[in-house]
Write a protein that binds this ligand. Structure first.
Ligand SMILES: *Cc1c(COP(=O)(O)O)cnc(C)c1O
Length: 370
């Protein structure tokens, strides 16, 4: 038997979550954000499942070109635009759309000749202060782009929300007002909303929405206990028990001997660790399912293994399935214990994890694939 550490990806859950986004978008078009290797789920696999989206958003050419090569004809937006001059020619050849966030990118487009003008999205900095033009520079930049030889006729506008994940934060209203003010009278489609904006802030829907994390089934809100539409986890991370030990009261488990057994107890060893991308900070108390039943991680996570508390679980055997997150165990709970967010957990699984499509593309736990 080979090491059985798998990420099982459900195309049905991805499709379902896209439907949820579609419904919430109230007619706005949907750019499915599939950067970061489809948030760690696999770029092409995710693009196939989400092919009903109106466009895709990615970070760089390395993520965009494989989509074209796989046959996708959707608009594809490079969310940070080009990083270097020579990328413009490739972007034109593969019909990729560009965010333009800085003067140096505008200058490259002004200098560009060639038969194929590019579609651009002018990025407006409405308060996040990461990428984009300040509101006061938007009109003049729009004029330069309109006159640039390398730019196509439809210039669109985009901004990014800093605090939409907190429904009590006023920042989103300020950003919306800032965006509207900066664009007053300028023609062109507009986009503001990430997942949290889409689900939590109807006024920001505009012409295009850009959901990412919600498509993968994670709740985008910090107040994760407040209601969120029925999203389904697209990834279930699973492994198996490879050993079961009876450890005597007073003995310790794992590196640093951080967990001391309060009684004689069975301890399971699971074939997954931080070398697979499971977070090392998810130590004692992190929820985990053994045979579908919730128990806790105990001690420190090692590179290749972690240990679980098997007290109270009946009939557990070596080889039994373990769920780290996904069906039956929301990834938000693991992220919280590990001091991080679902985004980071999803995109940092390593190549040692075997990826496969769920056999059923319907929802629900389904049988464990053998
Ligand atoms: C990543 C990203 C998104 C998607 O954000 P989520 O929080 O995952 O929905 C949207 N827009 C831009 C510009 C992004 O970089």
């Amino acid at each position: 038997m080979s090491r059985d550490t798998r990420a099982i990806i459900s195309p049905g859950a991805l499709r379902h979550n896209l439907q949820v986004a579609r419904h919430a978008a109230r007619g706005a078009r949907i750019m499915a954000v599939i950067k970061g290797n489809g948030y760690g789920h696999g770029l092409i696999r995710v693009a196939r499942a989400l092919s009903d989206a109106d466009a895709f958003g990615v970070t760089c050419l390395e993520e965009a070109v494989p989509l074209r090569e796989a046959g996708f004809v959707h608009p594809i937006l490079l969310l940070e635009g080009v990083f270097e001059e020579h990328e413009l020619e490739i972007a034109a050849r593969f019909r990729l759309d560009l965010v333009v966030h800085s003067d140096w990118q505008v200058a490259l487009l002004e200098a560009l000749g060639g038969p194929r003008p590019l579609s651009v999205w002018l990025k407006v900095d409405t308060g996040m202060h990461r990428l984009g033009f300040p509101p006061s520079a938007v009109r003049q930049t729009w004029q330069r782009l309109r006159d640039a030889r390398g730019v196509g006729p439809h210039i669109r506008f985009i901004t990014h929300l800093a605090c939409a994940d907190n429904r009590d934060d006023e920042m989103t209203d300020h950003q919306l007002a800032c965006f509207r003010g900066a664009l007053e009278g300028l023609p062109g489609e507009r986009s503001l909303a990430n997942s949290a904006g889409l689900l939590g802030w109807p006024p920001v829907l505009a012409d295009w929405v850009r959901p990412g994390i919600m498509l993968y089934g994670a709740n985008p809100f910090v107040d994760g206990h407040r209601p969120c539409p029925d999203l389904r986890p697209a990834m279930t991370l699973r492994s198996r028990l490879i050993a079961i030990n009876r450890v005597a009261a007073g003995e310790t488990v794992g590196y640093g001997a951080t967990f001391r057994c309060p009684e004689d107890m069975p301890v399971g060893v699971v074939a997954i660790g931080y070398g697979d991308g499971y977070p090392r900070h998810a130590d004692t108390g992190t929820p985990i399912l053994v045979n579908g039943i919730e128990t806790q991680v105990i001690g420190r996570v090692s590179m290749d293994m972690l240990t679980v508390d098997l007290r109270g679980l009946q009939g557990v055997q070596v080889g039994d399935p373990v769920t780290l997150w996904g069906d039956g165990l929301p990834i938000e709970r693991v992220a919280e214990k590990a001091g991080t967010i679902p985004y980071e957990l999803l995109c940092r699984l390593t190549r040692r994890v075997h990826f496969e499509d769920a056999r059923d593309s319907h929802h629900g736990p389904g049988p464990y694939p053998v």
